[in-house]
Design a protein around this ligand. Structure first.
Ligand code: FPP
Length: 254
């Protein structure tokens, strides 16, 4: 059994583990940021206060991803199922990207972060689309961390829409049935130019995928924590990274 490094070497030293001490860091980390509502409820606050706190933790997590040399951070910010929440909560959630970018875009630019999204972008409200499009444009030449927001994202919808596009292109004789393979299907997904996640983190104690990256997570390592998203911090993140570095990924081999 490989030894598990403590986040702090010893209580006396209270020196955090240095980023360089972590080996085998996942290149792509995907996070289901869950538990904002419960976090707010525990404090007698409205649910949206939890989302606001969650937004600030997104910024802190981006900084951690940079510190620990992760290449891609994909965050589940709004699912196709989230539309069924009360209207004012949906609107608040869809205004958060604008609020986030209003506060943090200058910093993200300074940190060489590139912003992208996956999901049904066109069906988002204009106030979301305009803010995100502006940020994508402003950061498109950055080559540091890729911060990828899953916005209005649902995996089944993604796969279905890929199948429809494949069928159209097949009708247009762009390829034969024999040429339809995993690689071709991957090219029709929102994630076509992204490597699959190496590590999936879900907060708040729930252990399900909730229609997130069903195709892309086929060989991803999963890590769950009871911590609610607004309480996510460096210690928890490092715990996930250290757990990941001890996993043996065989991709179906031996
Ligand atoms: C799930 O918690 C979380 C969401 C549906 C939204 C996640 C969004 C953020 C963390 C902020 C996004 C920030 C940016 C920058 C876009 P929940 O509301 O389902 O919590 P609960 O299960 O405790 O009710």
């Amino acid at each position: 059994m490989p030894m598990k490094l403590p986040f702090f070497r010893s209580k006396k030293e209270a020196q955090p583990i240095q980023a360089e001490e972590l080996t085998n860091v996942p290149e792509h980390v995907a996070i289901i940021m869950d538990g904002n509502g419960r976090w707010a409820k525990q404090r007698g606050l409205p649910r949206i206060a939890g989302h606001k706190a969650g937004m600030d933790v997104v910024k802190e997590t981006v900084e951690l991803a940079i510190k620990y040399k992760i290449n891609v951070l994909t965050l589940f910010a709004f699912s196709t199922e989230n539309w069924s929440r009360p209207k004012h909560e949906v609107e608040y959630l869809l205004r958060l990207p604008k609020e986030f970018l209003h506060i943090y875009l200058p910093d993200l630019i300074k940190n060489n972060v590139r912003i992208e999204t996956i999901g049904d972008f066109d069906s988002l409200p204009n106030y979301t689309k305009e803010a995100v499009q502006y940020a994508k444009e402003k950061t498109k030449n950055n080559d540091g961390l890729l911060l990828n927001f899953a916005l209005n994202y649902g995996s089944r919808k993604e796969i279905l829409s890929a199948i429809k596009s494949i069928m159209k292109d097949f009708d247009d004789e762009k390829f034969s049935v024999e040429q339809v393979d995993e690689n071709l299907l991957s090219q029709y997904l929102y994630t076509h130019d992204l490597q699959d996640p190496d590590l999936l983190i879900r907060t708040s104690g729930e252990q399900r995928l909730s229609n997130f990256l069903l195709w892309q997570l086929a060989y991803t390592e999963f890590w769950f924590t009871d911590i609610l998203w607004p309480d996510f911090n460096e210690e928890i993140f490092v715990e996930a990274l250290m757990d990941y570095q001890n996993r043996s990924r065989r991709f179906g081999g031996i």
